[in-house]
Design a protein around this ligand. Structure first.
Ligand SMILES: Cc1ncc(C[n+]2csc(CCOP(=O)(O)OP(=O)(O)O)c2C)c(N)n1
Ligand SMILES: [Mg+2]
Length: 327
C-alpha cells in the first residue's frame, strides 16, 4: 500500500502577478489609499536602510532589515480596518515587541479567547516567522485556536530563513499554510510580495473571525533580502543566486509598475515622494539624536509598582557597573 502524498501544488494567492499585472479582483481601495500603501512601503525601506547605515556608523543599535518584506508588513497593517499611521502609537492595541520566538502566537490566541468570553467584537492577530513554526508554542496556539474557535488571525511571514536555518529545515510540509489542516484551522498561502493580496487575505480573515467563524492561518511567502540583523553575515551561509532571484521579485517594483500603468504615479512623483521621505526620516533622526540619553536603570521604574529586594539589588548592581564603565 502506498501512503498518499500531501498535495504540494498550492499556488500562492495573487492579485498582482510578478510583472505587476492585475490577475485578481482589486480590493475596495481608493486611489489615495493605493498611493498611501506605496508610500508606506517606500518609507519602510528608506527607514530600514537608514537605520542600518546609522548602525554602521555606531549611531544606532542592532537592527533587522525590512528590505524585501515591505508588502507583507504594510499590507497586513493596512488591513486592520480604518487605521492610519497616526493611530498606530495611540490606538493600535499592539503588545510590546516579543523576543521569545513563538510565544506571541499564544498571546494572540489568549487575547482572542478573552475577547470572545467577554463578548467583545475584537479580533486579535499574531505574526511570526517560518522559524517560529518549529516551536511548541506555535503548535499549541493553533490547537487552541481551532478547538475554541478563537477570533484570531495567525500569520506566518515566511521569509525563507531563520537566521542561518533555511525554510526546508523547518518543516517537511509543502507549505506552512498546509499545516492548518491538521489543527482544523482554515489556511491560506499568499504571495507575500503582492501587497494587494496580503491586504485582501488578511482583511478577509479578520472579517471571518469578526463574524464568529473562528481562526485563520495565513502564510505570506516572501524573502529576507538583507541580513537577519546587523550582527549577522548571510554571505557565510546563503547562495548569492538565491538572493538575486528574489531581488527580481521586488515587492515595491511590482506595485510601482501597477501604479505607473494606472497613471496614479509618474517618475517625477516618485522622485518627489522619495525626497520627502528622506527629509522626514532625517528630521526623525535629528529628533532622536537630540533626545537626552535615558538613565541606564530607568526600566526598573516601569517594570513593577514596587521593586522587590532582589530587583533593588539588581538596580544597584547595574548602576555600579555603568559607573565603572564610565570611569
Ligand atoms: C525561543 C527563542 N529561541 C531563539 C531565539 C533567537 N532568535 C532570534 S530571531 C531567531 C530566528 C527567527 O526566525 P524566523 O522565525 O524565521 O523569523 P524572522 O527573523 O526570519 O522573521 C532566533 C532563533 C529567540 N529569540 N527565542
Ligand atoms: Mg524567517
Amino acid at each position: 500500500m502506498t501512503i498518499q502524498q500531501v498535495d504540494a501544488s498550492q499556488v500562492p494567492y495573487q492579485i498582482l502577478n510578478a510583472e505587476g499585472k492585475l490577475v485578481g479582483t482589486l480590493p475596495d481601495l481608493s486611489d489615495e489609499r493605493l498611493l498611501e500603501l506605496y508610500r508606506s512601503m517606500q518609507l519602510g525601506r528608506t527607514f530600514s536602510n537608514k537605520v542600518v547605515a546609522l548602525q554602521r556608523q555606531g549611531r544606532a543599535t542592532t537592527f533587522g532589515s525590512l528590505v524585501g518584506q515591505e508588502a507583507t508588513a504594510v499590507g497586513m497593517l493596512y488591513s486592520f480596518r480604518g487605521m492610519t499611521p497616526a493611530d498606530w502609537p495611540a490606538e493600535s492595541r499592539c503588545l510590546p515587541y516579543q523576543i521569545v520566538i513563538g510565544t506571541q502566537m499564544l498571546h494572540a490566541v489568549g487575547l482572542g479567547m478573552a475577547a470572545k468570553i467577554a463578548g467583545e467584537p475584537t479580533v486579535s492577530v499574531g505574526v511570526c516567522g517560518d522559524g517560529a513554526t518549529s516551536e511548541g508554542d506555535f503548535n499549541e496556539a493553533l490547537n487552541f485556536a481551532g478547538v475554541f474557535q478563537v477570533p484570531v488571525v495567525l500569520i506566518v511571514q515566511n521569509n525563507g530563513w531563520a537566521i542561518s536555518v533555511p525554510r526546508k529545515k523547518q518543516s517537511a510540509a509543502p507549505s506552512f499554510a498546509a499545516r492548518g489542516a491538521g489543527f482544523g484551522v482554515p489556511a491560506r498561502l499568499v504571495d507575500g510580495n503582492d501587497i494587494l493580496a496580503v491586504y485582501d487575505a488578511v482583511n478577509q480573515a479578520v472579517e471571518h473571525a469578526r463574524s464568529g467563524q473562528g481562526p485563520t492561518l495565513i502564510e505570506t511567502l516572501t524573502y529576507r533580502i538583507g541580513a537577519h540583523t546587523t550582527a549577522d553575515d548571510p554571505t557565510r551561509y546563503r547562495d548569492a543566486a538565491e538572493v538575486a532571484a528574489w531581488q527580481a521579485r521586488d515587492p515595491i517594483a511590482r506595485f510601482q509598475t501597477f501604479l505607473l500603468e494606472r497613471d496614479l504615479l509618474s517618475q517625477s512623483k516618485i522622485e518627489q515622494m522619495l525626497a520627502e521621505i528622506e527629509e522626514q526620516i532625517n528630521r526623525a533622526v535629528e529628533a532622536a539624536e537630540s533626545t537626552p540619553n535615558m538613565a541606564p536603570d530607568c526600566f526598573f521604574d516601569y517594570a513593577t509598582a514596587e521593586l522587590t529586594p532582589r530587583l533593588q539589588e539588581q538596580r544597584a548592581d547595574l548602576l555600579r557597573h555603568s559607573e565603572e564603565k564610565r570611569r
